[in-house]
Write a protein that binds this ligand. Structure first.
Ligand code: NAG
Ligand code: NAG
Ligand code: NAG
Ligand code: NAG
Ligand code: NAG
Ligand code: NAG
Ligand code: NAG
Ligand code: NAG
Ligand code: NAG
Ligand code: NAG
Ligand code: NAG
Ligand code: NAG
Length: 623
């Protein structure tokens, strides 16, 4: 039933690197992580075999509760977030609210989650700017933005393009956005698309392409199934981690847990999201399984599988979590670029859109040859084989558990382009989710709330275990009532949410709005010059900060109100008066658009402004 590992090839591949090379690699990778066991044992892209942690190990657990690793980590993280949050709220300058007393009285730690949507490089760059305004390390973020919110947050999720952002950060020693954007060794160098990485230097592009080809061949030769997502993930890695060591080929996603900042819980808990999908089927929003990758585990809360597996040992042949051969386990399958490519596998399309790009024809034919043996009908699938959930006893359906393969696709294919699922599970007990929406729902590549509508609807589907999400209106209301022109709060009052299965987190929805540049670039724009990149990041900062606090000088206060709301409700204490006016301004009031018109553009943006009051004159923006 299972195919054999080709151990010989594996060992040979391992021996390809000389001792000096291995040493250099170890030093270079220690830049990412503090522990050298963190990457593939082959020192390359291919996973390799290792002995199992113990003879009776079982990598699976039922998805009831958090993993003990996450719980232990949270105990440390809370010690960071709660003082940071206190400082954040103090800076909001409430006139009549005793912050010390509030923190003394509350019975829980306040848990904040940040979610960054997909949408290719547009989402990565807008998200970068939005995140930079929350990070106290960013110049001016504390004065003109929400600096300190990143330091107060427990969780950080990214999906597809949003995951390129969060993954780049987590795997580059939690660099600031400024550091990532200013080109260290090729990181976030978007001057050229990944199809012609060398620009005018065709030999450089060919060299890159040969490296990628060898890497993917090595994985295949080691006995693992490969797919276009392997190529895609490899190509992306050079942009996320830099070009040394063939784009940091051995780097694993689980190595995030070995980084010093993560171990000391100085940074949020990063999560990447992907969807399950069998070949030849469509992802149906209500019933496709949502998988998450976190530094410790990979798995899902959904009933269909309801299990988590040890991320580090992905690739091991298991039955109901137990290795089929108790002496042979696999490490290195959870390649960082592969995981990030999986979450964004919809953009495998990038690779297949050769004709529409301005590539040298010589390069085109090389790429075409390279991609020719791939099945174009399944071009968005990442193959996870052997299936870590094979015969999983916790699974309520056989769809995944009976298959030798686990197929994963882009996390946005179920229409939930903002990664919400990890944060609406009761186990994580999140108070507030900041949902950054850089989707291209409308004809002009701006969001219309479709993602949160899908998150709302999914809670009533058969696959949902215990997640609950606040009420949101339809997308016409989002557009007609201006809910995409500024941040909107959903689920403001727990008293209005009693008919849901449980009280969900409050959701602060932050849509992309073009202020100082047209940040609504096409999802398939594959290269950005330094200036375009800088401008979109700046626009993102302006989105998170209500245009550097000029559109609302009380914005930090209103955000503080959203963060404290569930705790105040639990204490049965009234909101500070200032929060009441914030909620009047930002909470969705429950009204719904009832006209006939179906909107296809978000706002009436023009070169000189738009029909929404309060948006600054944007006459300086040029397309
Ligand atoms: C990672 O970043 C921290 C904080 O900037 C720094 O102190 C540390 O030296 C860096 N670690 C490595 C391995 O570069
Ligand atoms: C917050 O978390 C810390 C560390 O886990 C714990 O010691 C403390 O009791 C928690 N505080 C509250 C109010 O639950
Ligand atoms: C910080 O804000 C000041 C005052 O508005 C401005 O002059 C300066 O350019 C800003 N710095 C950056 C890096 O944006
Ligand atoms: C907002 O602040 C950021 C960070 O200082 C700065 O880069 C940007 O230019 C400011 N935007 C405006 C419109 O002043
Ligand atoms: C996985 O690899 C095996 C062996 O090469 C092959 O027979 C099988 O068709 C592959 N399956 C998928 C889904 O790619
Ligand atoms: C999801 O729903 C569709 C349409 O109802 C159905 O064809 C499909 O089998 C379902 N998939 C699962 C995993 O339940
Ligand atoms: C791309 O161009 C090649 C060669 O001109 C052609 O054979 C192929 O059909 C084209 N593909 C698409 C998707 O247009
Ligand atoms: C961005 O939005 C503006 C205003 O709605 C629109 O004119 C423009 O075409 C959009 N750009 C893209 C690439 O969709
Ligand atoms: C945009 O303009 C059109 C035509 O003027 C109008 O019918 C529509 O209501 C406007 N939409 C919004 C969101 O203001
Ligand atoms: C990308 O372009 C910028 C300027 O536009 C330049 O500074 C940088 O060196 C370029 N990167 C590469 C690798 O050529
Ligand atoms: C929710 O409750 C508040 C106060 O309890 C009320 O003013 C408001 O109208 C309600 N909103 C919705 C959307 O039902
Ligand atoms: C709006 O969309 C709905 C659903 O797609 C459709 O039934 C309706 O006819 C549309 N209305 C108009 C005015 O186009």
């Amino acid at each position: 039933m299972h195919y054999a590992h080709n151990l010989t090839v594996n060992v040979l591949y391992q021996m390809k690197l000389s001792t000096e090379q291995t040493l250099a690699l170890a030093i270079a990778l220690s830049h990412f992580t503090s522990k050298v066991s963190a990457w593939s044992p082959t020192n390359g892209y291919a996973p390799g075999t290792v002995s199992c942690p113990s003879t009776d190990v079982n990598f699976l657990r039922d998805a009831t509760g958090l993993s003990s690793e996450e719980s232990d980590w949270l105990a440390l993280r809370n010690q960071q977030t709660q003082p940071a949050l206190k400082k954040f709220i103090e800076r909001a300058n409430f006139a009549d609210f005793n912050i010390e007393e509030f923190f003394d009285e509350i019975q829980t730690n306040i848990t904040i989650a940040l979610s960054f949507s997909g949408g290719g490089y547009r989402a990565m760059l807008n998200g970068a700017g939005q995140l930079s305004a929350l990070d106290e390390r960013t110049v001016n973020a504390t004065e003109y933005g929400l600096g300190g919110l990143f330091q107060s947050s427990t969780y950080l999720a990214g999906l597809s393009g949003g995951n390129w952002l969060t993954g780049s950060m987590a795997l580059n020693n939690w660099s600031t956005i400024d550091e990532l954007a200013n080109n260290n060794n090729g990181v976030w160098d978007l001057n050229h698309s990944i199809l012609d990485s060398g620009g005018l230097n065709i030999f450089s592009t060919l060299g890159r392409f040969i490296e990628i080809d060898h890497a993917v061949d090595a994985k295949k030769a080691a006995g693992f199934n490969t797919s276009i997502t392997d190529i895609w993930g490899r190509a992306l890695s050079y942009q996320f981690f830099g070009s040394d060591f063939d784009g940091y080929a051995p780097l694993t996603f689980s190595s995030i847990k070995d980084g010093e900042a993560f171990q000391n819980a100085l940074v949020p808990f990063p999560i990447s999201v992907a969807d399950g999908r069998a070949p030849g089927t469509l992802v149906i929003s209500g019933n496709s399984t949502i998988f998450e990758f976190n530094p410790f585990e990979m798995g899902t809360w959904d009933k269909s599988v309801h299990a988590f597996t040890d991320l580090e040992y992905l690739g091991t042949h298991v039955t109901n979590g137990k290795p089929d051969n108790s002496d042979i386990c696999v490490r290195g399958f959870d390649n960082a670029g592969f995981v990030m490519g999986t979450s964004s596998s919809l953009f495998n399309q990038f690779l297949l859109q050769l004709n529409s790009t301005a590539l040298e024809s010589a390069l085109k034919s090389v790429w075409r040859y390279f991609l020719s043996d791939l099945d174009k009908h399944e071009d968005d699938i990442a193959v996870y084989a052997p299936n870590p959930f094979f015969k999983a006893e916790y699974a309520a359906s056989t769809d995944v558990a009976d298959s030798e393969y686990l197929y994963l696709v882009d996390g946005g294919e179920d229409l939930q382009n903002i990664p919400i699922a990890p944060f609406i599970q009761p186990e994580r007990d999140v108070d507030v989710i900041f949902a950054f929406d850089n989707s291209a729902d409308t004809d002009d590549h701006l969001p219309d709330g479709a993602s949160v509508v899908a998150s709302y609807e999914r809670q009533f589907g058969i696959i949902n275990s215990e997640a609950s999400f606040p009420y949101v209106p339809d997308t016409n209301t989002f557009l007609a009532h201006g809910l995409t022109t500024k941040p909107t709060f959903f689920g403001c009052y727990a008293s209005n949410l009693t008919e849901l299965s449980r009280v969900p987190p409050l959701v602060v929805y932050v849509p992309n709005v073009p202020y100082t540049t047209w940040s609504n670039t096409s999802t398939f724009k594959m290269s950005y010059d330094a200036d375009e990149k800088r401008k979109i990041i700046q626009n993102g900062f302006e989105v998170s900060s209500r245009y550097n606090m000029t559109m609302d000088s009380e914005w930090r206060k209103c955000v503080s109100c959203a963060i404290m709301q569930r705790s105040l409700e639990a204490l049965n204490e009234p909101q500070p008066a200032e929060c009441k006016s914030c909620f009047d301004e930002y909470c969705w009031d429950g009204s719904v658009y009832s006209g006939d018109e179906n909107f296809t553009t978000s706002v009436n943006y023009t070169q000189t402004g738009n029909s929404q009051a309060g948006v600054p004159d944007r006459s300086s923006i040029t397309l």
